[in-house]
Ligand binder design. Structure first.
Ligand SMILES: [Zn+2]
Length: 282
């Protein structure tokens, strides 16, 4: 399987920020220990492609580093980093349509970025950009988000749109970011989970999510793969184990659809093992 990765994505950091280059560097190095992965370099996406999803004002704000947001900071060169992560997601979609599957191991993540807003460590919405291009090509696409946080950006972008559904399983509770995703709306299916949810209940809800996807009969499946659902993740409160990601990946593979996944969150020391457990069964 092809994994989209460029060492350029390790070239920025905000001191003390959980979304660190270290988490992706260690994952990349860990995956080198196993056979069956071929690493492919991405190209940055074009400005015109960003405008498929995002407002011109937002794109320019990020381009000129003209904003203040301590959680999603204006770091030097962040525009280029964000364009490269978006290009990587688009490449993953292209490879999946030819070869069946692909994974983008890049940062920054994307699923909290909306049409005109960026937050939650996300600048451009990588999965939304990749899916928008598939929709333009007449494909019917299901998005599955397994990050511990609700994909508020992805939902805002696709709510009410034709030929696409957004299915998200996420922790939901008082004071838990971003606070959206309590109910399903139109083509967005939300599966909120209480803090402390363990594997058995999670997989039960995951089965229901798979059913929603099967009923939609998509041409392709796009996955926002966050691993901050792991028990002990410093910013998530669910209690999955490393082995849960293998089970999830098997169920996804069982749908027999062209599929691609892009890295979102995952902040524990065990991120490399989680990604491997997922990919070996994907
Ligand atoms: Zn997350």
């Amino acid at each position: 399987m092809k994994i989209i990765f460029s060492p350029k994505c390790l070239g920025y950091d905000a001191p003390g920020h959980p979304e660190s280059s270290e988490r992706v560097r260690r994952t990349y190095e860990f995956l080198q220990n196993f056979k069956g992965f071929e690493f492919v370099q991405p190209e940055p996406c074009e400005r015109q492609e960003l405008l498929l999803v995002h407002s011109k004002t937002m794109v320019d704000e990020i381009k000129h580093d003209k904003f203040y947001n301590p959680e999603t900071p204006a770091l030097p060169g962040i525009y280029d980093h964000a364009k490269l992560a978006a290009g990587a997601a688009m490449l993953a979609a292209d490879i999946a349509s030819k070869e069946g599957k692909a994974f983008s191991l890049m940062r920054p993540p994307g699923h909290h970025a909306g049409k005109a807003t960026f937050e939650g460590f996300c600048y451009f919405n990588n999965i939304a950009l990749a899916v928008s291009r598939l929709l333009q090509h007449g494909k019917k696409v299901a998005i599955l988000d397994i990050d511990v946080h609700h994909c508020n950006g992805t939902q805002e972008i696709f709510l009410g749109k034709k030929n696409v559904i957004v299915v998200s399983l996420h922790q939901f509770g008082a004071f838990f970011y971003p606070g959206t995703g309590k109910h399903s709306e139109a083509n967005c299916y939300n599966f909120p989970l209480d803090t402390g949810t363990e594997e058995t209940l999670y997989l039960d809800r995951f089965g229901a999510a798979m059913e929603a996807i099967e009923n939609f009969k998509p041409d392709a499946l796009a996955i926002s793969a966050g691993f901050d659902t792991l028990d002990g993740d410093p910013i998530g409160g669910l209690r999955l184990s490393v082995g849960t990601y293998s089970k999830i990946a098997k169920m996804i593979a069982g749908l027999n659809l062209p599929r691609f996944a892009v890295l979102e969150g995952g902040y524990s020391e065990k991120l490399p093992e989680c990604v491997y457990a997922f990919l070996k069964n994907f």
